[in-house]
Design a protein around this ligand. Sequence first.
Ligand code: PLP
Length: 449
Amino acid sequence: MTELKPAYERPLLVRHESGLMNKYARVQALEPLQAIDGVPVSTLLETYGSPLFVFSEKTLRERYRGLHDALARRWPRVRIAWSYKTNYLDGICRVFHDEGAWAEVVSEMEYDKAVANGVDPSHIHFNGPYKPPAALKKAFAGGAMVHLDHFDEMLRAESAADELGLRPGVAIRLNLAAEGVPPWSRFGFNLESGQAMDAVRRLLAGGKLELVGLHCHLGTFLLDPAAYHVAAKKLAGFANQLRSELGIRLEFIDLGGGFASHNTLKAQYLPAAQATPSFERYADAIAEGLAELDAPPRERPVLVVEDGRALVDDAGSLITTVHASKRLPDGRRALVLDAGVNVLFTSFWYRHDVVPTRPIAGLPEPTVLYGPLCMNIDVVRDQLLLPPVEVGEPLVLRNTGAYNVTQWMQFITYRPAVVLIGKNGQHALLRKRETLETLKEREVIPPWL
Ligand SMILES: Cc1ncc(COP(=O)(O)O)c(C=O)c1O
């Protein structure tokens, strides 16, 4: 009988959190967050109820300017296309468009939303693997930049262009290998295998579309800027090849999104404050890679990025209220909150930062945070150290601005209100709390019932 080899298990370092002394000092007391941009959490809860998503306009603008400036200091022409799927609440999108962002969309619905937000269609980058013929026609007619994902789409794009009597500029999406990043090879044309070059030759042979851009979105929450150096260098090398062999001069090179926010992944050892690279480091990595381009300075393509979470995550907080406190059989304290994984999808990946709204005396103890759902998966944090918080008091889950208000589910409870805090402490709704009417509005009772 052949002996079965034991399966390899990747080691995982987990920070030991005792709640008491560690080797350096006493565990740091949690810094309470009494107000967001000067507005007391208590005022927000009294006005809009709990749970509540709150966004800081100041942080949205600061993050956008931080990213833009870091890139613009290193590359002559820069464009940020705001990734709609990360948070397509109109009010949030409008803040970024007001700062100068174009839109990056991945569906006809997002395209329509961007146009309704006043974005000129020619300022839209249209990505994604699913663009039906009607969506392609709409995008070409408006002058949007379509990023081709596969050969079938190229054929459909050619037909759409033909029907409109246009010869639109398009980009092709590439996937490539960058050390340390799991390849997202399901999107776009592979660079290393030669498929990307085949796609370009096929596009040129068709004679109906013009290649004006290259795109590569490596992945998401990439903590190592070196991956962008590799991607930028490979795209620059490919652009050089297109220029020398086929005479193609590109208008833009799009490095996608994926920069990390100040969140902490579950398997991450260092906390975000130490692990999240600055925009400067990402920008350095990209600019160094793009420096390989063989193009005279005035012909250098525009550098496009499509960041989502790095722009919006830090600006969002979820305020929740402790509904109950109980003991689990293993002795751990468990808190039941009024917000769960139905509205905080990202708690499946992140150890969200949870802070009280007042200084609390007393030793922190290991605590598990559950949401309100009658479902075993509804765990907001499986382990964190919290001081003795009381039933009825609020907790703030920070850096929850990305992907939650788009990926949340209407499940078991109503989805909460979302609020924006503007200048001088003004605040207003971005989205109303759902009610029974919200649900009933879409439901229909068959006539025989
Ligand atoms: C094509 C594309 N661009 C940009 C983004 C935004 O990514 P992130 O939020 O990680 O910056 C995504 C998200 O997956 C994407 O698919």
